[in-house]
Design a protein around this ligand. Structure first.
Ligand SMILES: Cc1ncc(COP(=O)(O)O)c(C=O)c1O
Length: 431
């Protein structure tokens, strides 16, 4: 196709999207897209910059969940946007197939291993591919290194969330019917244990245990923060009983909790055998994820053992490299520590004045606002907050997740605190 025709099509596609009304957009989605998500708002988002979303109606909304922590750097970070523009202008391949060498993958992998202190990176696409790859690696290790003869077992924690592929879908609790029902039978070799309970780990471990997989703070489960020392103790138990420890930091990684990774709050002894990363590793520009481990462990993945067409492709690697550079340049960890501390204090003050707030808990810029169960639930408050201009999303009925973009300014955060004040203190909650 010649460049002129391509330009004409490009203009038409962008204009077509810009000219759709809100109702038309929703109608298209409802008629042609699987109904696996419900819409919180029927006012489509047409622009996103930093912490703010602009809707078709012109309404501006603060993204208080940072696209579920995929936008720790805010939306459309300029460093990544400019790199991506230059990448596209350079005519570098966007995708190749991993049997061909690509400079961007090499640079991205060097950066991510330097920043995390692991020797080897396995690139993937969506976040759930991290836990999936980690489970495969742990099983192979159990068969080929530990010498497990029967079915290797992976321990997982109650109330966890690792994504929605078939392997990890069984990890939802029984009550999560929409997520579980009708998808069985489940793959064998998984055992549920209570979260934050070391005795339960010891009791569950046997000769077939391959690994334990946990989130250092449970996000979707309701911002559940384990006792100080839990993560370190898991590593120690793993060494003592010869099993691997997998930390899923798809949600808690990349400065969200006030360290680059949440395990680092417990010092170097808490380093896991396998670390799952995703979301903000691309600054929210593309599905980029993966796992990190030692060279020795990762070598169990030889050619032909695992992979995907787009995992580690040039455009994803370029975006990942740019996003990691932005995370460093923005001093994102420091920002999360400073703003997180200030915000936590403000939220706790607010909680004292708000009869429906039972507790505020959090680390860095990851907060859970737990409600008392004696009135309308979290979804009701999510809708009220949205009406006033902030997305702060309910999970498990009684907890509101507040994980704003780490780059959000104090002024913006004050504005959101004002909205929370209005909803929880300024007016009585009504059913
Ligand atoms: C801890 C954790 N692991 C895995 C995932 C799955 O990531 P994705 O939705 O990108 O597949 C999520 C998503 O929220 C998550 O929070």
């Amino acid at each position: 196709m010649d460049t002129e025709t391509a330009h004409a099509h490009a203009r038409r596609i962008i204009e077509e999207a810009a000219n759709l009304t809100g109702d038309e957009t929703v109608a298209l989605i409802e008629s042609h897209v699987a109904h696996n998500y419900g819409l919180l708002s029927r006012d489509p988002v047409v622009k996103a910059e930093g912490a703010w979303l602009t809707c078709a109606s012109g309404k501006k909304i603060f993204d208080g969940v940072a696209a579920y922590s995929a936008a720790n750097l805010g939306h459309g970070h300029p460093l990544i946007r400019e790199t991506l523009k230059a990448f596209l202008g350079s005519h570098a391949p966007t995708v190749l197939g991993r049997f061909l060498a690509d400079p961007y993958l090499g640079l991205f992998a060097r950066k991510i291993t330097q920043m995390t202190g692991f020797e080897s990176f396995l690139p993937a696409n969506g976040g759930v591919e991290g836990p999936e790859a980690a489970i495969k690696l742990a099983r192979r290790w159990a068969h080929q290194v530990k010498g497990v003869k029967g079915t290797p077992t992976i321990l997982f924690a109650d109330q966890c969330f690792h994504g929605r592929t078939l392997t990890v879908t069984q990890m939802f609790v029984e009550e999560e019917k929409a997520a579980r029902d009708g998808f069985g039978p489940w793959p064998a070799g998984f055992k549920r244990i209570p979260y934050n309970d070391l005795a339960a780990v010891e009791a569950a471990v046997d000769d077939n245990t391959a690994a334990i997989m946990v989130e250092p703070i449970q996000g979707e489960g309701g911002i559940n923060i384990p006792d100080e020392g839990y993560l370190r103790a898991l590593i120690e138990l793993g060494k003592r009983h010869n099993f691997l420890v997998i930390f899923d930091e798809v949600q808690t990684g990349w400065a969200r909790t006030g360290e680059m990774f949440c395990w680092q709050h417990e010092g170097p002894e808490a380093r896991p055998d396998i670390l799952c990363v995703g979301k903000s590793v691309s600054g929210g520009f593309a599905p980029v994820a993966g796992i990190l481990a030692s060279k020795k462990l990762m070598e169990l993945f030889g050619p032909g053992s695992h992979g995907s067409t787009f995992g580690g492709c040039p455009i994803s690697s370029c975006i990942g490299y740019a996003a990691l550079t932005a995370i460093e340049e923005e001093k994102l960890v420091k920002q999360a520590q400073e703003k997180g501390e200030w915000l936590f204090e403000k939220l706790q003050e607010l909680a004292e004045r708000a009869p429906r707030i039972k507790e505020v808990r959090g680390k860095g810029m990851m907060f859970g606002i737990e409600l008392t169960p004696d009135g309308p639930d979290g979804h009701h408050f999510t809708e009220l907050l949205l009406e006033k201009g902030a997305i702060i999303k309910d999970t498990h009925h009684w907890v509101l997740r507040f994980t704003p973009p780490i780059v959000a300014s104090k002024k913006d955060l004050e504005l959101v605190l004002g909205i929370l004040e209005e909803v929880f203190v300024g007016q009585p909650a009504e059913a």
